[in-house]
Design a protein around this ligand. Structure first.
Ligand SMILES: O=C([O-])CC(=O)C(=O)O
Ligand SMILES: [Mg+2]
Length: 215
């Protein structure tokens, strides 16, 4: 059975701008859930923030991926749950070409990707389990578009904010993302004077608080 829900509301531009100026790992200093654990970028440096368009497929059948890619809008991020199959690739050169042509910001795939060189040539950012020549097929078995999905240890809902850089991807509800960019930026800015102090002989452990735990 195929489920195709409406496309989600896109996240506000100012959230994209704010988060685009910060690092995903700064969020990793603050919370422990909502990260795509074990996924790697197809190139570095990499940075994108966009609206999650979610797809769930059974391990062999990427029919729903091909349908969803045609639906992408500028700023969307394709997020694919392969039902736990991390080996096969549902995302190759023609799929990435289509995503790029639609103006998508990137893709997060909880499975492998193929046509690595072609996707790189399109300069399309993808975060995935890795690379594989073994692909999915167009089987017409089942699939779901714009449903809650499970991606590398995180729950992702259609319309969530996908926040990705060279370190990996995090997912936030649009409500959680309000004001978050400013908070992350202020944490990052606090490291500027710390670097000056460290150059002058100051201790990292003083800045981080680790020194408080010295025996
Ligand atoms: O068609 C697929 O599913 C994967 C692929 O090789 C491509 O996108 O070029
Ligand atoms: Mg191909």
């Amino acid at each position: 059975m195929f489920t195709i829900n409406d496309m989600p509301r896109q996240i506000d531009d100012h959230i994209i701008d704010e988060l685009g100026r910060t690092c995903v790992s700064t969020l990793g200093h603050l919370r422990d859930h909502g990260f795509a654990l074990g996924l790697q970028p197809n190139r570095r440096p990499l940075k994108f923030v966009g609206t999650a368009v979610t797809v769930r497929i059974p391990h062999l059948d990427s029919t729903a991926v091909h349908i969803a890619v045609d639906m992408l809008r500028p700023g969307d991020v394709l997020v694919v749950d392969q039902s736990g199959d991390q080996q096969r690739s549902c995302f190759g050169g023609l799929v990435s070409y289509t995503a790029k042509a639609r103006g998508a910001a990137g893709a997060v795939i909880d499975g492998a990707v193929n046509d690595y060189d072609e996707t790189l040539a399109y300069d399309f950012p993808v975060i995935s389990r890795g690379f594989s020549p073994l692909t999915t097929r167009i089987g017409g078995i089942e699939g779901a578009i714009n449903v809650p999905v499970s991606v590398a240890g995180a729950v992702v809902r259609p319309g969530d904010v996908v926040f990705a850089d060279s370190d990996g991807a995090a997912f936030l509800t649009p409500e959680e993302a309000v004001g978050l960019g400013d908070l992350l930026k202020s944490k990052e800015d606090a490291e500027i004077p710390a670097r000056e102090k460290i150059s002058a002989g100051g201790l990292l452990a003083e800045f981080s608080g680790a020194a408080k735990h010295l025996p």
